[in-house]
Design a protein around this ligand. Structure first.
Ligand code: CU
Length: 341
């Protein structure tokens, strides 16, 4: 053993304490209201699951404090002292044992009953008035279809505030998981089965979603957005999506339209009135979306050119092939796609 005196507060302890203090100081409650938070829910579903989470957190916190306090007290009270006698030795204490067994059984009930209630509540069939959105999780992007509205889009779901939404989740290839931390989830998206997620968003805004079940190379790049609108804004969006594809006005975009119709693009992508491919996202109103490629890339002409010339360079493993488009070809295609508002 070294001669160095061991102080009870070692250097590492001090650093750890400092780190914890810095972290906690940085996050007031508003600091928690981030895009990926689960602790500031913005839907009834999110609030239900958050309620159970907080219930369990508070009970476990109190139990932790109680047990640690008792432990520290015992360590301090019965510490070894020169000349002190050995304390009275006790084996078994029926009353104590019965009472802590009962107390913890009661705590388990307090946690268990609301948990089971929430499990059943969040599995209930949606009301007939719910707006149905069919979600298809694919390697590695999300398709959103609104059967009652005849709207199809990708990676950016739009929904109205205060309206119950029934997401019907389906994945034709492998298992994915639908997760919008502030609104709800995670719910698995499983081939050969339709899972449901029913929620009513209560605050307009843009929420970030992410595939939460490893599904292959670009799993981490399988993001999406849910945009919660006021009723009027939602109706405006729907009207825009139901409109026929825009006719390009600029010569470059017109050239893009021609090229699109003559290329393999039509085999995989739908643009209403031009093509009906289903392997890739519907592009009829591509220009109305802020992002593409699973919510990864801002929809700018520059990004689109890079994508069209080499999709795999932007997104590993991507299922869109490199079709050898170059220079003016890819610029024309990008101009055309962006004109499809
Ligand atoms: Cu995934």
């Amino acid at each position: 053993m070294s001669e160095r005196r061991q102080s009870p507060f070692r250097f590492e302890t001090a650093v750890l304490l400092l780190a914890v203090l810095t972290l906690t100081a940085a996050c007031g409650w508003s600091g928690w209201d981030t895009k990926m938070t689960t602790v500031i829910p913005k839907s009834d579903f999110g609030k239900l699951t958050h309620g159970v989470f907080m219930l369990i957190s508070w009970w476990t916190l109190w139990i932790f404090i109680l047990v640690e306090a008792a432990l520290l007290f015992a360590v301090w009270r019965f510490r070894e002292r020169p000349g002190a006698p050995i304390p009275k030795q006790i084996h078994g204490h029926t009353a104590l044992e019965i009472s802590w067994t009962v107390a913890f059984a009661v705590i388990l009930l307090i946690i268990g009953i609301p948990t089971i209630r929430v499990i059943f509540k969040t599995q209930e069939a949606p009301a007939a008035t719910a707006l149905r959105v069919d979600v298809t999780g694919r390697q590695w992007w999300w398709e959103f279809k609104y059967p009652a509205l005849n709207v199809a889009t990708a990676n950016e779901a739009h929904i109205p505030v205060g309206q119950t939404i029934a997401f019907h989740l389906n994945g034709p290839d492998v298992i994915h998981s639908f997760w919008v931390p502030q609104l709800g989830g995670k719910r698995d998206v499983i081939p050969g089965r339709v899972n449901r997620l029913v929620l009513t968003p209560d605050t307009p805004g843009e929420y970030i979603g992410q595939c939460a079940e490893y599904c292959g190379t670009s799993h981490a790049n399988m993001r999406f957005r849910v945009i919660v609108h006021s009723k009027e804004d939602f109706e405006r969006w729907v009207a825009g999506q139901q409109a026929p594809a825009a006719e390009p006005k600029e010569p470059l975009a017109q050239k893009g339209k021609e090229l699109f119709g003559q290329s393999a693009c039509v085999g995989c992508h739908t643009i209403a009135g031009i093509s009906a491919g289903v392997l890739g996202p519907n592009l009829t109103h591509f220009g109305s979306r802020k992002t593409f490629a699973g919510g990864m890339m801002p929809s700018t002409a520059e990004n689109l050119v890079t994508w069209i010339e080499n999709p795999g360079g932007m997104k590993a493993g991507v299922l869109m092939p490199n079709l050898g488009m170059k220079g003016e070809q890819s610029q024309a295609l990008a101009a055309y796609l962006l004109s499809l508002k």
